[in-house]
Design a protein around this ligand. Structure first.
Ligand SMILES: Nc1ncnc2c1ncn2[C@@H]1O[C@H](COP(=O)(O)OP(=O)(O)OP(=O)(O)O)[C@@H](O)[C@H]1O
Length: 289
């Protein structure tokens, strides 16, 4: 359980990256969704005790950030730009992280590393140098290092950016498995990452919580505001790009899916919103009257 109360962060250049964030994050997987620059990494770094908040406080299972050693003892963190020493093998790297985490019993550490390598589908890669790994394999190694020591809270910052679709699905499934008995906070700007794996989410925009609730509630935000219609190329050019969710070409023109508070054309048909529609409507300030 993570409790965030009235959290704000101002950087030295005067920029407020977070303003008055209040969130209660329970066990299971929680999605933190937001566009670039929304403040996700700033929030994650604060929770990981790498950055001090300007105002407000946070409790991880009742422990405040002002006790960083206790917080770190229950926390696993996969940063956005995860770096690994390329010359180390996967096992050597995890062994090094394990020592850093204070896992002093060599035999138990070896057992845990072997178990984790198996969990993240790298069991046959323990002796391979990390420099030979693909992006997806590195991310899976990253989640293994975060899970060393069995932390109760796992914080994962944009882990699927740059992965191909197959690896992305695989990585999501892994996180879902790991969220069964712990709190997993997943930050992403990819709506599909949240859709299948998280029951609860928050949308962060310009440093503020724009919405918190269930995946269903985010989709429902666009109820009555999503339309499909076929238009000519000239009519298409009149739409604001931020309104258009998707397009497909036909013999006569372009079929568009549009998020708009009012009906965008005579032949537009209202359609059921997806999670992505809800997200775009929320960020675009669109709401059906
Ligand atoms: N060290 C810093 N000094 C000043 N401003 C910063 C610093 N780090 C981030 N910011 C600003 O704070 C805001 C939030 O940035 P942050 O990286 O937390 O967002 P984000 O949601 O993680 O975005 P992205 O997905 O692009 O990583 C942005 O406007 C960014 O420019």
């Amino acid at each position: 359980m993570i409790t965030i109360r009235n959290l704000s962060k101002q950087y030295k250049n005067g920029e407020w990256a977070l303003q008055h964030i209040n969130l209660s994050i329970e066990n299971g997987m929680f999605g933190l969704l937001g566009p670039n620059g929304a403040g996700k990494t700033t929030l994650m770094r604060i929770l990981a005790t790498l950055l001090h908040p300007t105002e407000g406080d946070v409790l991880l299972h009742g422990v405040p950030l002002t006790e960083p050693h206790r917080v770190r003892g229950m926390l696993g963190y996969l940063p956005q730009y995860f770096q690994v020493y390329p010359q180390l093998t996967a096992f050597e790297f995890l062994d090094y992280v394990g020592v850093m985490k204070g896992l002093d019993d060599k035999r138990k550490r070896k057992e845990e590393i072997e178990h984790l390598l198996e969990k993240v589908n790298l069991a046959n890669k323990g002796k391979s140098k990390v420099k030979t790994f693909s992006g997806g394999m590195k991310q899976r190694l990253g989640i293994a290092q975060a899970l060393l020591g069995s932390p109760r809270v796992l914080i994962v910052d944009e882990p699927t950016a740059g992965l191909d679709p197959e690896e992305r699905v695989r990585f999501r499934n892994l996180l879902t498995q790991f969220s069964i008995d712990r709190t997993v906070l997943l930050s992403t700007h990819i709506v599909a990452d949240i859709e299948t794996s998280c029951r609860k989410l928050a949308v962060l925009n310009r440093g503020e919580v724009a919405l918190t609730g269930s995946v269903h509630e985010l989709g429902a935000y666009a109820e009555g505001s999503v339309w499909e219609l076929e238009v000519s190329e000239q009519e298409f050019a009149a739409f604001s790009p931020s309104q258009i969710v998707s397009t497909s070409r036909t013999e006569h023109g372009i079929v568009c899916r549009v998020v708009s508070a009012s009906c965008p054309g005579l032949y537009a048909a209202a359609v059921k919103p997806t999670l992505e529609d809800g997200y775009l409507a929320l960020l675009g300030g669109v709401r059906h009257a």
